[in-house]
Design a protein around this ligand. Structure first.
Ligand code: FE2
Ligand code: FE2
Length: 171
């Protein structure tokens, strides 16, 4: 076995965590749509695709290591938010949670001497640094603009300029 049972279970768990993140961002996107913040909605939707890409990266890794992908139910994400700014605060909190999940998985791979998994997970560790920074920057911008309608519309336009995520497409 290229990847032991314990590691396989843990990677399957992380696939589920990434899919939950995908679902959660999609729910935030739907909220933004309803509030007519189309740019924010687009940003969240692209982020949702990116999370799908993360799940698939682990999915492909399991297969490459002759592991068994076992999909589990995806929990229901939050659907109500206090404001658009609140969705980004929740997004940041979620990224911080995912960072902890990735760290624990990395620690497990380290203890199990699963070297290929360690290398794969290094990508995720770097990615989480990026994801947290991006979310934190946006939260900060929302704190700056507060309730100023003109600035909010500008920010919405800026976030809406986010390009499609190429990584979410099948290789
Ligand atoms: Fe992710
Ligand atoms: Fe993420």
């Amino acid at each position: 076995m290229l990847l032991n049972e314990v590691m396989q279970d843990a990677v399957n768990e992380q696939i589920n965590n990434e899919l939950f993140a995908m679902y959660s961002y999609l729910s935030m996107s739907a909220y933004c749509e309803q509030k007519q913040f189309r740019g924010c909605a687009r940003w969240m939707r692209v982020q949702s695709q990116e999370e799908y890409g993360h799940a698939m990266r682990l999915y492909d890794f399991l297969i490459a290591r002759q592991g068994r992908v076992k999909l589990k139910p995806i929990a229901q994400p939050e659907i109500e938010f206090k404001s658009i700014a609140d969705t980004f605060e929740k997004a940041l909190a979620q990224e911080q949670t995912v960072t902890q999940q990735i760290n624990s998985l990395y620690e497990m791979a380290f203890n199990q001497k699963a070297f290929a998994a360690l290398v794969e997970l290094e990508w995720f560790i770097n990615e989480q640094v990026e994801e947290e920074k991006t979310a934190r920057d946006i939260v900060y911008k929302f704190q700056l603009v507060k309730d100023d309608p003109a600035a909010l519309l500008d920010l919405d336009r800026e976030l809406g300029a986010r390009p499609e995520d190429g990584a979410a497409k099948p290789a």
